[in-house]
Design a protein around this ligand. Sequence first.
Ligand code: 6GU
Length: 239
Amino acid sequence: MRVDVISIFPDYFSPLDLSLIGKARGAGILDLSVHDLRTWTSDVHRTVDDTPYGGGPGMVMRPEPWAAALDAVASPAATLVVPSPVGKPFTQADAVSLAALPHLIFACGRYEGIDQRVIDDAATRMPVREVSLGDYVLFGGEVAVIVIMEAVTRLLPGVLGNADSLTEESHAAGLLEAPVYTKPASWRGLDVPEVLRSGDHGRIARWRREQSLLRTASRRPDLFEAYPAERLDKRDRAA
Ligand code: 6GU
């Protein structure tokens, strides 16, 4: 997968050299380039923002540098992703669909956002997705891109050693995962649930399923309500 990130703070992206994302890059699974938007300015001050039409606080990112940047990195297969608090909420399903694409371009807005015409103009040439991480406001899209890149990169074939982790995990099936434990069996007076040490794989699977349903119902009633009734069996209902 090819990824181009455009930002006025390219230094934000040094974490993408680390850990499993760094490894995916080293293995050639992920071809990631980070670009400084100011590369595509033409004035001595390398200006990227101006005051908003209609008035109001803050500054808006000017369209010209963005258009030049997008033209420079675009490909016929590119999808533009614009992190923004006014985007559609980003979910695991979005991560799965982005992970299947050959080329992503991330446009990191700052200040009050990017001139809307940049997005409208790009949309005439490529698919555009405006995505939000949640109902709060960040300084800019940079940290959101790191989050989205983690969610996407771990889904790329060859990145995770054990592909089962992807099917078992929280949100893959619309439910939160059961709690997990490791050794020692007893720690600070707290014991690992007996069932997990029983070696009875049927009982363990049943316990995990119940914990998963209980957690989802108490912490995420929205997910629980949306869970398809036909995926609940008799024993789920009893639990
Ligand atoms: Cl994706 N960007 C910004 N700037 N703020 C956000 C966000 C994204 N998601 C939630 N708040």
